[in-house]
Write a protein that binds this ligand. Structure first.
Ligand code: RFL
Ligand code: PHB
Length: 390
């Protein structure tokens, strides 16, 4: 089999790149290790930047998102038993974010791909990129006991942090930068109305908490927990008690609780691999970088990588220029590092750290206090949260 671009991974990066390529008449095949049902069962991001939403529109899959997504003009930061609003819309001259779950984005992209008749191989085992440093790259995989080979022009590594693409690059050709945080996020989903109309990020002596949502009837809540915490030790009741303890009294009293329909713990990490290209192999999204979720940037960074990579492929196939490809890594990394900085800053400002001590806590408090006394400081927060320009 032969195609132009083999895409490894059918998360948001792989599916979005595939949809844009297919619409532009550039053949591609997606190889995904997991089953379709498994990919659709993952509950992750919830906040889309305007640039991400516009790219989904451009890919022709934005209809349901525009109908069901919740536009948010701001969010709250809670500390000192009070909520303080960050008016994104006012601080950024009219920008906002869209609350629409990653699961729904994935669903819409899968439907779009199916309607376009493009090929996705689910449950593809032992996917291996080959000869991507030369002119004749190909990818092999196993399915139903047989080994298959796809020859291609390029390989897009969209296979997430634990994927094979980044690991295939020789160690001396790639440099990694990493910070692992000494805590995780315990998250639940429950079919109860969200406690606020907008998101609430809380800094509390007991640790960080976040009130998010998927719709006006479905809430997504998180609390900071120790890195080695086990989800089995968290009954729904314990979770609700803990999150209420970390919110301002009036907010805690207004919170409606109910049985969780999902509960899991995610570790927090910052990670960047440079460069994001090795020969004919291009890395996008979590395969190249990870941010802690506090800034809501992971999925949005995957989308901006796809924006740059799709433009580069289109330039190559339609204008016969490889300038976009040569520029891809530098262009993407410049945006990635700014989102890394912002996500690190949000994480550092809002969480309890085991070694921060009384001095660290006072500094954190001063930082939060300063934000709401300085329009310049709050504008820094707002313009990063809504997403820096592409
Ligand atoms: P994904 O989604 O991990 O998809 C990679 C796909 O590749 C497959 N795969 C392989 N396929 C073939 N062969 C192999 N060897 C393979 N190895 C892996 C996997 O099965 C999978 O299907 O990466 P992608 O597409 O780059 O997308 C990245 C986003 O998923 C991620 O950045 C976000 O979810 C991060 N994130 C958030 N991002 C936001 O922009 N806003 C948010 O509000 C937000 N909240 C979050 C988040 C991530 C979270 N967790 C669980 C890490 C909240 C949480 C709790
Ligand atoms: C979510 O809704 O899952 C969510 C929202 C904002 C974040 C992280 C996660 O910063």
């Amino acid at each position: 089999m032969r195609t132009k671009v083999v895409i490894i991974g059918s998360g948001p990066s792989g599916l979005l790149l595939g949809q844009l390529l297919t619409n532009a008449g550039i053949d591609n095949v997606i190889l995904e290790r997991a089953s379709k049902a498994h990919v659709l069962s993952r509950i992750r991001a919830g906040v889309l930047e305007e640039g991400t939403a516009a790219l989904l529109d451009e890919a022709g899959v934005g209809k349901r998102m525009r109908h069901e997504g919740l536009p948010h003009d701001g969010f709250d930061l809670a500390f000192d038993n009070r909520r303080h609003r960050v008016d994104l819309h006012e601080l950024t001259c009219g920008k906002r974010v869209l609350v629409y779950g990653q699961t729904e984005v994935t669903h819409d992209l899968m439907d779009g791909r199916e309607a376009a008749g493009a090929v996705t191989v689910y449950e593809a085992g032992n996917v291996q990129p080959h000869d991507y440093d030369g002119a004749r790259p190909y990818v092999t995989y196993e399915k139903n006991g047989n080994t298959h080979r796809i020859d291609c022009d390029f390989i897009a590594g969209c296979d997430g942090f634990h994927g094979i693409s980044r690991k295939s690059i020789p160690q001396d050709a790639i440099e990694s930068f990493e910070r692992v945080y000494p805590f995780g996020w315990l998250g639940i989903v429950a079919d109860v109305p969200p406690v606020g109309e907008e998101l609430i990020y809380a800094n509390h002596p007991r640790g960080f908490a976040l009130c998010s949502m998927r719709s006006t009837t479905r809430s997504r809540y998180y609390v900071q927990v120790e890195a080695d915490e086990r989800v089995e030790d968290w009954s729904d009741e314990r979770f609700w008690d803990e999150i209420r303890d970390r919110l301002p009294t009036a907010t805690a009293e207004a919170m409606i609780t109910g049985p969780s329909i999902e509960k899991s713990i995610a570790p927090l990490r910052s990670f960047v691999a440079e460069p994001m290209r090795f020969g004919c192999l291009f890395l996008t999204g979590d395969a190249a970088h990870i941010v802690p979720p506090t800034g809501a940037k992971g999925l949005n960074l995957a989308a901006s990588d796809v924006r740059y990579l799709f433009d580069a492929f289109r330039e190559f196939y339609i204008e016969r220029s490889s300038a976009g490809m040569d520029d891809y890594s530098n262009k993407a990394l410049s945006r990635v590092w700014k989102a890394e900085r912002f996500s690190w800053w949000m994480t550092s400002t809002l969480h309890r750290f085991p070694d921060q001590g009384a001095f660290g806590q006072r500094i954190q408090h001063a930082e939060l206090d300063y934000l709401f006394q300085s329009r310049a400081a709050l504008t820094m927060l707002a313009e990063n949260y809504v997403g820096l320009p592409y």
